[in-house]
Design a protein around this ligand. Structure first.
Ligand code: NDP
Length: 507
């Protein structure tokens, strides 16, 4: 029997009120790997009630920032201690290779808490304004306060890291949270809640409700006692969340889809580009919001580059994400596999040329239940094609030829998205200048996926609203208060009261 994971509310592991459960499938082999309590609206409401009560009690919201930073450092240590368990659970539920979850994700997660704690220690929580002459002496202080109860909704591609991106700053600024992980991948978020409790974070500060987005997610987004929503996922759901949140005028942070362009300049190193472009697209089987899925190349260099890309792509080992020899695991589900295969068909129909892949790979019988797709490369793609405009979220690279650099910049920006972009060139000054003209929140020169906890991440255009990471994220999880204290005790000296009272005219 698979292990049972209850909800986590008010520091207690509880079943759903309905007693319903759902199964989590390992996408590497299609087998059930866990059973999870399936929250409904009542469970979400209870989690929000507990979060609100905890927030108002001041048990965490009024703890000094320095003490909160210490808690983040403690959490980072504990994550490092339980790294193996976290990485293996993440691989089992999400299909992210163990090579990556162990070699990068857990380190990034721990670092997120450490760096957020460091940033918190130097963050301007309080600022005194200089005194001004009129209307009278006063002390004016600008203070940052927690927002209150934050509803966090996360996706299935990097469930552990993305939970960390939201939880670290939310906890840092003294909020209480209700987090709803994606139904495909709730396990590591539930484990994180346990880790927080082990570190001594007061019960009720972090509550986890796993359950259907349309039900539990919307219950959180529409609840009057939730002050802020931070969501990562599809642009379609992001739009709906923004609409629903408007009824209670909640603050909203959205980190949505992408169709990130990478421009190859004529002087770029072809060896670097061919490895870098595949790293940009095929890491985690292309299921990364900032994947570099449009490679914009000089027309005369296309054939040579494609030859190199195909040769390199054929060396990627596809297989069970749990094997350390695997470079590319499955996509999250059979449904996602079908979506990606349909996009491949659409590329063929629109006249793009399939240079590599395009199919389900042949794998050992033990993996027959898994949801795999070959790394796929299309050349002669026109930017107006569906495969160049829509987020596929699978291992599909579109090579788009260009004639002039102005063309390349125009093609790169011709998208509703603006999450990331890149330029490959030996002339880094030129590359940076082109990078400045690309409408994207992150631009990489000669690399990809280089995210850091101290650098803000987020989208231009329909890729989102607000920023995660960096000191900027602490503004997203706090609000500003202006505290004015009058230093004029004598009512007769308050000349500005004459704006209202006639008696002042006689004085
Ligand atoms: P969704 O946007 O549907 O899911 C993301 C999260 O939102 C999940 O926790 C989901 O819950 C929840 N959710 C779903 N509907 C609602 C709702 N109405 N109100 C509140 N929360 C909701 O992504 P999908 O899993 O459907 O993936 C579809 C596509 O989205 C992918 O193919 C990809 O293109 C894109 N995507 C982009 C990501 C990114 O990082 N930018 C990440 C993941 C997906 P539940 O899991 O229960 O449905």
């Amino acid at each position: 029997m698979s292990q049972f994971y209850p909800l986590f509310i008010g520091g207690k592991k509880v079943p759903a009120r309905s007693d319903e459960t759902f199964e989590v499938i390992n996408p590497s082999n299609g087998k059930v790997c866990a059973t999870v309590a399936k929250a409904g609206v009542e469970d979400a409401n209870e989690a929000i009630r507990v979060a609100r009560e905890t927030f108002e009690s001041g048990i965490w919201s009024r703890v000094p920032p320095g003490e909160r930073a210490k808690m983040l450092f403690k959490i980072a240590n504990r994550i490092a201690k339980r790294a193996q368990e976290l990485a293996s659970l993440e691989t089992t539920q999400s299909g992210g290779t163990l090579r990556r979850t162990m070699g990068s994700d857990v380190l990034q997660l721990a670092q997120q808490f450490t760096v957020t704690g460091q940033i918190l220690n130097s963050f301007p929580m309080r600022e005194e304004l200089p005194s001004i002459g009129w209307p009278g002496p006063s002390v004016n202080v600008i203070e940052r306060e927690p927002v209150g109860v934050c509803g966090l909704i996360t996706p299935w591609n990097f469930p552990m890291i993305l939970a960390g991106w939201k939880l670290a700053p939310a906890i840092a600024m003294g909020n209480a949270v209700v987090i709803k992980p994606a139904s495909y991948t709730p396990l590591t978020t539930l484990l994180l809640a346990e880790i927080f409790q082990e570190c001594g974070l007061p019960d009720g500060v972090v509550n986890v409700v796993a359950g259907p987005g349309a039900l539990v997610g919307e219950a959180i987004v529409t609840h009057a006692e939730v002050d802020k929503i931070s969501f990562t996922g599809s642009t379609a759901v992001g739009r709906r969340i923004m609409q629903l949140a408007s009824h209670t005028v909640k603050r909203v942070t959205l980190e949505l889809g992408g169709k990130s362009p990478a421009i190859v300049l004529r002087d770029a190193d072809p060896d670097l580009v061919s490895e870098g472009a595949l790293f940009a697209t095929f890491l985690h089987s292309g299921q990364i919001c900032e994947s570099g899925t449009r490679l914009i190349v000089p027309r005369e260099m296309q054939d040579n580059l494609v030859e190199r890309l195909v040769a390199k792509a054929s060396t990627i080992t596809i297989g069970n994400a749990m094997e350390l020899t695997t470079g590319m695991g499955p996509v999250i589900s059979k449904a996602q596999q079908n979506t990606v295969l349909n996009y491949i068909q659409s590329g063929l129909k629109e006249g793009a040329i399939l240079a590599y892949g395009g199919n389900i790979p042949v794998l050992p019988a033990a993996l027959a239940g898994g949801s795999y797709i070959q790394p796929t490369i299309f050349k002669n793609v026109d930017n107006s094609m569906k495969i160049a405009q829509e987020e596929i979220f699978g291992p599909v690279l579109c090579i788009i030829p260009y004639d002039t650099e102005e063309d390349a910049i125009r093609i790169a920006n011709d998208t509703i998205y603006g999450l990331a972009a890149g330029v490959w060139s030996k002339d880094v000054v030129k590359a940076q200048n082109i990078g400045r003209r690309l409408r994207a929140g992150t631009v990489w020169i000669n690399d990809w996926h280089m995210l850091r906890p101290d650098a803000p991440f987020g989208g231009y255009k329909q890729s989102g609203l607000g920023r995660e990471s960096g000191y900027q994220v602490l503004f997203e999880y706090s609000q500003t208060k202006h505290l004015h204290t009058s230093m004029v005790p004598d009512v007769n000296q308050r000349t500005w009261y004459q704006l209202l009272f006639d008696s002042w005219a006689a004085k």
